[in-house]
Ligand binder design. Structure first.
Ligand code: C2E
Ligand code: CA
Ligand code: CA
Length: 648
């Protein structure tokens, strides 16, 4: 360990051991007043006894000058200490160096003064000089215990001349005092050196302990897989920022990023590949990092974000879009090209909340909102989102209290074969009329019900109604029934669905189960086994909202599908948008190859119908052919739609 005392000139600048020098300096600082106290008291005592017998310059002026210098040094030292200024290692080094040379100079001055006084006193006074010099030097060595070099220098400057001087007097008492003093000083020096070694090793072990605790706290704050700060350090940072910005003059924003479709990566490619994707995600995020924008991994496929720079809504939205874009680029892992999307929720301080916990919760609410409104979007928490959250909480409460078998009904929308205008089947769509809220849209209450097992209750109530309607209808009538992702993940619900159909005596072939593409992405293997069970049981399977998720061909052909329903969003501009036409054409091609029926949803105009027919679509659903109506119509026996019209 390099300290102030054993640095060579060469290593001084390169190997300043800040910590030991610091400790030496502080320990020494505490002794400085005592050091000067000893010096002044002994000088005063000696000067006083020599007042009468010695010249004034020796008994008054020289001790006066020495004491004044000592007193000034003491006051300067105390003044600096009181100012509590932070000192660099180099400044401390310089001060200790100066203190060593001042000690040496005082040593020379006081020793010379003592020897100069010696001839003027009587025997008592001479013994007093020997005694004073001995006691002063021993006292000073004790005070210099943390400044080894100064202590050794003082010993050399005072004790050696002292011993020679008094031994040469030949006076047996003074010789005895000199030798006595020499031996005691050697013993004290040895004691001091041992003490100093213990002091240095104490500082060293304290430093090792500190290094260990620094490593531990760094590890405790980092995510092991990605090396990003972890959830704990992220939350601590939020706490700090909330404290720092409590006056409300500055703002910052908190974001939560969630990967859409990551679970599927784990299921299809295995966890090691999932880990590689997460590592790459963190690398991409790190590249976006700046002092004003930092990231953390909160766990699983969730990442956190803190923005301290520009937190205007537009800037945050741009940042969110950039993050989504960067994370959506393909990941080349394990020989595959993997894609995930990233949704973001952001909350601004102090607009959204002023405590770290509430901010985090609101960013999470915004994320929830972003995910509900499609993949890869950014939502910034606002009062509208807060009311949407409040409304969905009210809906959940009322769903739990309502008499669902009475309030829930089904409407049926025809699905048409446009080549002949006949109805192929009807899609059953849930309707809820609540006494407090009135009509609530299914997109709203199904999403709320899907947060909990409530959706299973609704599914089974509605299935009961669909089966009742099918039993009443003519035997050719078929119905498509929607199951939610959560239903598909519940073996009990799948069992109940099959059990109800079995007990209803309605042939399973009259039913098509629709599941959304995003549901498949959530848990592919589980979904496939549930679909296989249903398929073996005899119902048809349709993949709904196709094109909105990211399912690849690789997934589709491994599912027991009968139909694919192209999402409404592709149909809206189909008569003018070439890109939409290309997508529909390629989906049609895929369906043809896999032997699947392709249904296009949301057809509202003749132009759309015509464009779709030209692309080869024959089965359609939409307001053009019929809106959802409260009962299964028997109109399927005659063409509901004039097929010839659209071909003209
Ligand atoms: P979905 O399964 O894609 O159902 C089709 C939606 O498109 C229905 O909305 C339907 O009324 C609407 N639609 C049909 N033709 C047109 C058209 O030409 N133009 C427009 N703009 N819309 C059209 P709805 O009934 O509001 O249902 C919305 C969503 O709620 C459904 O989308 C489905 O995801 C969910 N849902 C409805 N009923 C149930 C149900 O019984 N169970 C479950 N799990 N989800 C359901
Ligand atoms: Ca559907
Ligand atoms: Ca649909």
């Amino acid at each position: 360990m390099v300290s102030f005392d054993n640095q060579s000139e060469h290593s001084r600048s390169s190997a300043l051991d800040g910590e030991l020098i610091n400790a030496q300096f502080h320990a020494f600082s505490r002794q400085v007043p005592l050091l000067y106290f000893i010096l002044l008291i002994n000088t005063g005592a000696v000067a006083y006894t020599h007042l009468r017998d010695s010249p004034r310059w020796l008994s008054i002026y020289i001790p006066g000058v020495l004491c004044s210098i000592g007193l000034t040094r003491l006051l300067v030292w105390l003044g600096r200490r009181r100012r509590h200024r932070y000192l660099t290692d180099r400044e401390i080094y310089q001060r200790l160096s100066l203190a060593t040379w001042v000690t040496a100079a005082f040593g020379v001055g006081f020793t010379a003064w003592g020897f100069a006084l010696y001839p003027y006193g009587d025997a008592y006074a001479r013994v007093q000089i020997a005694f004073s010099m001995a006691i002063t030097v021993i006292g000073c060595i004790f005070c210099l215990v943390h400044l080894r070099r100064a202590a050794l220098l003082l010993t050399a400057i005072v004790v050696i001349p002292f011993t020679i001087f008094f031994v040469r007097t030949g006076n047996s008492v003074l010789v005895a005092i000199a030798l006595n003093m020499l031996l005691v000083t050697i013993a004290i020096l040895m004691m001091m050196l041992t003490h100093y070694r213990d002091f240095a090793s104490l500082i060293q072990s304290r430093r090792a302990l500190q290094a260990l605790s620094d490593t531990n706290s760094r590890l405790a704050n980092l995510d092991a897989l990605t090396g990003l700060p972890n959830r704990r350090s992220f939350l601590e940072r939020l706490d700090e920022l909330c404290g720092e910005m409590a006056d409300g003059c500055k703002t910052f924003a908190v974001g939560v990023i969630d990967l859409d479709g990551f679970k599927q990566v784990n299921d299809l490619h295995g966890h090691p590949t999932g880990d590689q994707v997460l590592e790459e995600v963190s690398r991409r995020l790190t590249r976006l990092q700046s002092p004003e924008c930092t990231f953390a991994r909160l766990g699983g496929d969730e990442f956190g974000l803190v923005v301290t720079g520009d937190t205007q809504i537009e800037s945050l939205q741009t940042l969110g879009n950039m993050i989504s874009k960067v994370l959506e680029a393909p990941y080349r892992c394990a020989g595959a090209s993997i894609r995930v999307a990233a949704s973001l929720g952001i909350a601004q301080f102090p607009i959204a909340a002023t405590t770290s916990q509430q901010l985090f919760e609101r960013a999470d609410h915004a994320l929830y909102h972003a995910k509900e409104h499609g993949r890869g979007g950014t939502t910034i928490f606002s009062s509208e989102i807060e009311s949407a959250i409040r409304r969905s909480n009210v809906i959940e409460q009322l769903l739990r209290q309502a008499d669902l078998s009475r309030e829930m009904t089904l409407h049926y929308q025809p699905i048409i074969d446009v080549t002949n205008g006949y109805v192929v089947s009807f899609e059953a769509l849930a309707r809820w009329r609540n006494t407090t809220l009135g009509d609530v849209a299914p997109s709203e209450f199904i999403a709320v019900a899907e947060r909990s097992d409530l959706v299973h209750t609704i599914t089974l109530i509605l299935l009961g109604k669909a089966l009742d309607a099918l039993r009443e209808a003519e035997p050719h009538v078929r119905v498509s029934f929607n199951l939610s992702a959560r239903d598909m993940n519940s073996p009990d619900t799948i069992f109940s669905v099959m059990d109800m159909i079995r007990k209803s005596s309605v042939s399973p072939e009259r039913l098509t189960i629709e599941i959304t593409e995003t549901a498949v992405i959530l848990d592919f293997d589980r979904m496939r086994s549930a679909l296989n069970q249903l398929k073996q049981f005899g119902v048809h399977i349709a993949l709904d909202d196709f094109g909105t998720g990211f399912s690849s061909l690789h997934c589709i052909h491994r599912l027991p599908l009968d139909k694919v329903k192209i999402d409404r969003s592709f149909v809206q501009e189909i008569d003018s948008d070439v890109a939409a036409q290309d997508i529909v054409r390629s989906i049609m091609g895929m369906c043809r190859n896999l032997g699947l029926t392709c249904v296009t949803e949301g057809v509202e105009t003749e132009a759309q119908c015509k464009a779709l027919r030209e692309l080869g679509c024959n089965v359609m659903q939409g307001y053009l052919f019929g809106r959802p109506v409260p009962a299964l119509t028997s109109s399927f026996r005659r063409p509901l739609f004039n097929a010839e019209q659209t071909l003209e």
